[in-house]
Design a protein around this ligand. Structure first.
Ligand code: DOR
Ligand code: ZN
Length: 348
């Protein structure tokens, strides 16, 4: 039985670090294990221009504890007012790695997102020309569409027509939660990849809703039925380089989660690697973990694979993860997979 696993240092291809006291509180949790991460731009107000991205990157680096080695890969939040020239300049300067598309109203702080795709065609055409990837929150927002169908409907009514309009656009379908999303990414022609979160590999909607409502499992896209969770697991361990890790670790304070109208987001930065080793071991696929966490993402984004490594060790005693992370903004509950985790990440 394998009890030690050395991986190239992982990257997180989708994370929310927030700003201010929350940023200071959660950044060490990501930087401890991950060398790089794609930083979501859904601040209030959002990161829209190259200047915004530069200022946010500087705030992240200022919040990074001394001695930690971490590179934030910045994104711009696509709005109908985004200036293609500003975006192209930011990309040429190496300031941004991708652009994020939130359909307006899809999730936390997405009011500035896209309503009419005609209005962003010049930006998307510019991105296709310069090879800048579009990271997509793939859910429709129309009120009549059932929340459990929103990803599937997005594939058919938005993503596929959009890719037909701009076939050269590099697309990352983020935090896939359905078998339809997996099938789309696996089978589509052209330049497409998909990220999968830690929590969607470990929970389905029963975990969230049976025996009481668990607000810390509520996120968007919402967890689907178990058969979809199985499809995600199969894709993650498949060795198909189109699928890689984006944790979507998204901190909210307990006060805002444990509420009559709780915020969407699961905070998993701290224990993601222990969780993933657990999942991949359950699936008999520990040898595929490194591709998912450390190899396929850099290949997709044209970045070098990390030169550093991290080592995980399976022990008889559970990893003593805290239930919450105390941040200056308030306590943030850590993702609880519902069972102990035995894969320890060893100190470098
Ligand atoms: O659960 C989520 N939380 N999904 C998102 O798309 C946004 C994120 C957040 O920013 O809290
Ligand atoms: Zn997210």
């Amino acid at each position: 039985m394998m009890t030690r696993l050395t991986l190239r240092r992982p990257d997180d291809w989708h994370v929310h670090l927030r700003d201010g006291a929350m940023l200071a509180g959660v950044l060490p949790e990501t930087a401890r294990h991950f060398g790089r991460a794609i930083i979501m731009p859904n601040l209030v107000p959002p990161v829209v221009t190259g200047a915004d991205a530069r200022a946010y990157r500087d705030r992240i680096m200022a919040a990074l504890p001394k001695g930690m080695d971490f590179t934030p890969l910045m994104t711009l939040y696509l709005t109908e007012a985004t200036d293609p020239a500003d975006l192209a300049r930011a990309a040429a300067e190496g300031l941004i790695t991708a652009v994020k598309l939130y359909p307006a109203g899809a999730t936390t702080n997405s009011q500035s997102g896209v309503r009419n795709f005609d209005n962003v065609m010049p930006v998307l055409e510019k991105m296709a020309e310069i090879g800048l990837p579009l990271c997509i929150h793939g859910e429709v927002t129309a009120a009549h569409v059932d929340i459990f169908d929103r990803e599937q409907v997005f594939l058919e009514t938005v993503l596929d027509p959009l890719r037909a309009r701009i076939p050269a656009l590099k697309v990352t379908l983020e935090h896939i939660t359905t078998s339809q999303g997996i099938d789309y990414v696996a089978n589509a022609s052209g330049d497409i990849a998909g990220t999968i979160t830690t929590h969607h590999l470990m929970i389905n909607r029963n975990h969230m809703l049976v025996g009481g409502i668990r607000p810390h499992y509520y996120c968007l896209p919402v967890a689907k039925r178990a058969s979809h969770q199985q499809a995600l697991r199969k894709a993650a361990i498949s060795g198909n380089s189109r699928f890689f890790l984006g944790t979507d670790s998204a901190p909210h304070t307990d006060e805002t989660k444990e509420s009559a109208c709780g915020c969407a987001g699961v905070f998993s930065a701290t224990n993601t690697l222990s969780c993933l080793a657990h999942v991949f071991e359950e699936e008999g696929a520990l040898d595929r973990l490194e591709g998912f966490t450390s190899l396929f993402g850099p290949a997709r984004y044209g970045l070098p694979v990390a030169s550093q490594t991290i080592t995980l060790e399976k022990r008889d005693t559970a990893v003593p993860y805290p239930a919450k992370i105390d941040t200056g903004a308030g306590p943030v509950t850590l993702f609880d997979p519902g069972h102990p985790l035995y894969w320890h990440v060893l100190d470098a």
